[in-house]
Design a protein around this ligand. Structure first.
Ligand code: FMN
Length: 185
């Protein structure tokens, strides 16, 4: 048996009852054998400002960056704000991209999912895939997960209750585990 794949997950929504955070909890509860997942808290990250690159490296920033650096893979839950990536998620990626030689993100496998309106965050997810090109994150192509936050798939706390979403997320985690193993072999 290969070494377990350790992934870290980031939700782009800071809302307490976020459905995107709910997708990540669902992923954590439905992991395949040979995989672990830690959900990071990005709510304390300051907005990246190149003038304050050093002074803004708070313990919260250092913790998020070190967790990403040591992870074998990322899972990004990508809300759609005004047809694009929610700023909290983009900001976390921006912080991680500022390390010398892009060493934190370079070549890391990533799974992308999202919950939003009728298009299921697809527009934002394709913007995120474009960002992945520049920072050389390596996204899993399929399965894609486009959840609807407003049609009964989640409870009032943002937990996934739709069994179809649970099934898709479980399949995506298997695919991410295998994608990460393939890239590291
Ligand atoms: C500023 C803002 C812009 C939004 N724009 C979009 C949008 O372009 N497309 C969409 O599907 N939903 C949009 N929404 C709705 C969010 O998808 C919805 O609030 C979703 O539940 C957010 O994810 P969360 O439950 O994880 O917080 C927007 C919400 C906010 C707050």
């Amino acid at each position: 048996m290969n070494k377990a794949i350790h992934a870290v997950a980031i939700s782009g929504s800071l809302r307490r009852a976020s459905t995107n955070s709910g997708l990540l909890r669902c992923a954590k509860e439905n992991l395949p054998e040979g995989m672990t997942l830690e959900i990071l808290d990005i709510s304390e990250l300051p907005f990246y400002n190149a003038d304050k690159d050093k002074e803004n490296r708070t313990p919260a920033v250092a913790n998020v960056l070190s967790r990403i650096e040591t992870a074998d893979a990322l899972v990004l839950a990508c809300p759609e704000y005004n047809y694009s990536i929610a700023p909290a998620l983009k900001n976390a990626i921006d912080w991680a991209s500022r390390e010398p030689d892009n060493r934190i993100l370079n070549g890391k496998p990533v799974a992308i999912m999202g919950s939003g309106g009728g298009m299921g965050t697809s527009r934002a997810q394709y913007h995120l895939r474009q960002v992945c090109v520049f920072v050389n994150l390596l996204p899993l192509n399929k399965p894609e997960i486009f959840a609807n936050a407003f049609t009964g798939g989640f409870d009032a706390e943002g937990n996934v209750i739709d069994p179809k979403y649970k099934e898709s997320i479980a399949k995506q985690m298997v695919a991410l585990r295998d994608w990460a193993a393939r890239l590291s072999s």
